[in-house]
Design a protein around this ligand. Structure first.
Ligand code: ATP
Ligand code: MG
Length: 332
């Protein structure tokens, strides 16, 4: 039996090249090595208020993006989180064994609540729901970008805590980070990671941006006060542009050095832009085909939910019975 892989993306804005390089592109590469489940985590997205009509559209858009990127629905399950009630059920059980101190320590919690007058409970609980997503399917591997590494650590802590309190129940998951591209930074501000929910036209290249827009965003990217690429002395903006190029081109460090050393920033940006555009073009074409058939998309989502529901339900039954909750039988 193949080990199970699980990962997810929130339908909280436009998917960007960071999501692709840190997550989606990896999923496509490794999907056949595992039994794969890829989630559109809409229950996570509502930790920030979403206009309902936009959210409905985004869920389908992301399903289309998964397919266009190369997730194969015959092999891998594409799942909308809110179609499977077990996610929220298990999250509650895990909430009840989670010390709040563990949650206040999360750097994403700190970053996302900075300067907010009212902090909603969902933002604090988010990592517990994420732990439930993973443990629900007894996933062994979780391929994510490195901003999620801390949440993965928390998931492991929670699995261990539950297992030691109630007996062996959950598989201990491990993360898998991409070698290059695990953290793509904002093009307007290379000190923060590129995020769907960040505002500002110059922040991200979205996967569905037209070529002209991609060119414009990359040409405006923040660099530093040097005129040209110097690998011994470069700021985070230039480093970010180079890692975007490297991840899309699949080049080695040596190839990067010999090609880019001494290149002026204007030319660097042009080459990065053309590389990104050429890699996204076939993907965008497939997206247009997929998006033209909404009924097919609905079928894929229904099939995904049907395929994973038995796994999710049996984990919830097991966890309930371990905790002494009502399961209709007294076994275990
Ligand atoms: P949001 O701002 O709504 O949190 P996001 O861009 O952080 O959006 P998520 O849906 O939270 O996207 O994360 C989806 C996946 O993309 C995760 O595996 C995450 O690690 C990865 N990811 C997100 N941002 C980046 C980035 N800048 N570089 C590499 N990987 C990323
Ligand atoms: Mg995020």
């Amino acid at each position: 039996m193949k080990a199970r892989v699980l990962s997810g993306i929130q339908p909280s804005g436009n998917l960007h090249i960071g999501n692709y390089l840190g997550a989606l592109g990896n999923w496509v590469r490794i999907q056949y090595d595992y039994e794969s489940i890829f989630c559109i985590v809409d229950l996570h997205a509502i930790t920030v208020q979403q206009p309902p009509d936009e959210l409905r559209v985004k869920i389908r858009e992301i399903a289309g993006i998964f397919l266009a990127a190369g997730i194969d629905p015959k092999h891998s399950s594409i799942v909308v989180q809110s179609m499977i009630p077990a996610h929220a059920e298990l999250a509650w059980m895990l909430t009840c064994i989670t010390p709040v101190g563990w949650l206040y320590r999360m750097t994403q919690f700190k970053a996302k609540t900075e300067n907010q007058e009212t902090v909603l409970d969902g933002i604090l609980q988010y990592p517990v729901l994420m732990a439930a997503d993973i443990l629900l399917y007894q996933a062994a591997i979780v391929p994510v970008g490195d901003d999620q590494a801390q949440h993965l650590e928390l998931t492991r802590d929670l699995a261990q805590r539950f297992n030691s309190l109630y007996g062996d129940t959950f598989t201990m998951p491990k993360t898998e980070l991409p070698v290059v591209g695990a953290r793509i930074m904002g093009l307007d501000d290379p000190s923060v990671k590129m995020s769907k929910s960040a505002k500002g036209a110059g922040h991200a290249v979205a996967l569905l941006d037209p070529p002209e827009r991609i060119r414009k965003t990359i040409m405006r990217a923040t660099t530093d006060s040097n005129p040209a690429v110097d690998f011994e002395n470069m700021g985070p903006g230039v480093r970010n542009l180079l890692s975007i190029y490297q991840a899309f081109a699949g080049w080695s460090d040596d190839q990067m050095r010999s090609h880019f050393t001494g290149l002026r920033y204007g030319d660097l940006k042009k080459q990065v832009a053309e590389m990104v555009i050429s890699r996204l073009e076939p993907f965008q074409q497939r997206y247009r085909q997929v998006a033209a058939d909404p009924e097919y998309l609905e079928t894929i989502l229904r099939q995904g939910a049907e395929r994973v529901t038995p796994i999710a339900d049996s984990t919830v039954e097991l966890a309930k019975s371990r905790m002494g909750l009502y399961t209709g039988s007294t076994v275990r």
